[in-house]
Design a protein around this ligand. Structure first.
Ligand code: PLP
Length: 434
């Protein structure tokens, strides 16, 4: 090309969660046997049924011609009023409808949040981390993400000393990112931890980005509170959506709540750029916004949500029981969201492997695992080849920890049990094979 057309951050874009699906589809083609998909956090794809009352609300809205129109750039006024009133009733930070901005799913919001920062301004995020955040942040800066560790041996709590030091000695850090409840670990950070992060942000004059897409999916009755309860006067963006909660990932509907923009002119200017960028796109999906007040306000919603969370809790319990019987791994029982992360504590070596009976599949998988491949990736690919089971290697989540992420979404109890037993057997076989 006449001039280099590749963005400086192009190599930072990496979404292993979907990338591994290409490999799984090839294994499906070669074997003709169905894949057990444990890679994607889509409850509907995993067989969760949408309750009739939710379908009725959405069906009724689809009869209204307004559902086919553009909506205001920020989002429907009535829905933003509803969400702001609900938040204000908690008694924490207070917002108006104009502090809410709708996006085409949080994926869209996350990309804009980082893209619109000045190139030199960095946001420190957790490791492991949901790759949409870490990749978008790194791509915006054109260099590797800046991270703080979540510690598997301490229930995935953040290493707050490391976080403080990283912030203190890196002047370019302007923001602090937290995912709570967390993807991929399922950790729920107690109030004291979040308060400490808020204190750090205040001390170093940072803003906070809090991804709270799982905020109503906390099931260990832990000491959880949304950021709005704890933020006090620190500027922040809280990211929320309906992909997981309704669940309606195909709606492509999420929103940002902006806290404390009034007192911070630079933060307010940055938030204005998020709105201006959205204006260039006109607006976000209308129909899902129309139904949010009726869905969240429905008399059946609290009981339905409670029962759903109890199901995740009992699956979390069972998955943790099975996986923690494996030698050579750490598994922390998730307290929220619907993921489980298993970390190898045993030193892995390249001679470790899983037996793959089908020689064509074996050849294909071996070709994907050349010498030097990360060993959790080798495990995940061989697991696909040996058992048609698709998990995400942990190194796909911006961490050097080796392991894998699975979900709590399987609706068929027998399949759920068999999946985790297969996983536990594969971990044992891999570790003992060297
Ligand atoms: C932590 C987190 N944030 C954002 C998203 C993206 O959500 P959306 O479907 O609204 O784009 C996901 C999806 O898995 C997620 O886990």
């Amino acid at each position: 090309m006449r001039t280099n057309i590749v963005h400086i951050g192009a190599s930072e874009l990496n979404y292993e969660i979907r990338r591994i699906a290409d490999t799984a589809n090839e294994v499906l083609r070669l074997t003709g046997k169905p894949i057990i998909w444990e890679n994607i956090g889509d409850p509907v794809q995993k067989g969760e049924r949408i309750p009739p009352w939710i379908k009725e609300i959405i069906g009724r809205a689809s009869q209204d011609d307004c559902a086919y129109a553009y909506c205001p750039t920020r989002g429907l006024e009535a829905t933003r009023e509803f969400l702001a009133a609900r938040l204000n009733a908690r008694g924490g930070v207070q917002i108006t409808a104009d502090d809410i901005l709708f996006f085409n799913g949080l994926g869209d919001a996350v990309t804009k949040v980082y893209n619109l920062l000045r190139r030199e301004a960095r946001v420190i995020g957790p490791s492991p981390s949901y790759p949409t955040h870490s990749s978008a942040e790194a791509a915006h800066a054109g260099s590797a993400p800046i991270t703080y560790r979540l510690l598997p041996a301490q229930g995935w709590m953040p290493d707050l000393d490391e976080l403080r030091n990283r912030i203190k000695y890196n002047e370019s850090i302007a923001g602090l990112m937290i995912i709570n409840p967390d993807n991929p670990t399922g950790a729920v950070f107690p109030r004291a931890v979040v308060r400490e992060m808020v204190r750090l942000a205040r001390e170093f004059n940072l803003f906070i980005v809090a991804d709270e897409i799982y905020s109503n999916m906390v099931y260990d009755h832990s000491d959880y509170a949304p950021l709005s309860d704890l933020i006090e006067d620190v500027p922040a963006l809280a990211l929320k959506g309906i992909s997981k909660e309704v669940p309606w990932p195909g709606s492509r509907c999420g929103w940002i709540e902006v806290y404390n923009q009034q007192k911070r002119p630079m933060f307010r200017r940055y938030v204005r750029s998020l709105l201006d960028a959205k204006m260039l796109e006109v607006c976000s999906t209308t129909l899902p916004q129309m139904v949010i007040p009726e869905l969240f306000g429905h008399s059946e919603f609290p009981a339905w949500q409670g029962a759903r969370n109890r199901r995740f809790e009992s699956r979390a319990q069972r998955a943790t029981e099975i996986m923690s019987q494996c030698p050579g791994v750490i598994v922390n029982k998730p307290g929220g969201a619907f993921y489980v992360t298993t970390v190898f504590t045993e030193d892995l070596n390249p001679s470790m492997h899983l037996r793959i009976e089908d020689s064509r599949v074996e050849g294909y998988i071996r070709h994907l695992c050349p010498p030097g491949v990360q060993l959790d990736r080798k495990f995940a690919y061989e697991l696909l080849g040996a058992h048609n089971l698709c998990v995400v290697p942990l190194t796909g989540f911006m961490t050097e920890l080796l392991g894998f992420r699975t979900t709590l979404l399987e609706t068929d109890e027998a399949v759920f049990e068999a999946t985790y037993r297969t996983l536990a057997g594969a971990v044992r076989e891999f570790i003992e094979s060297s």
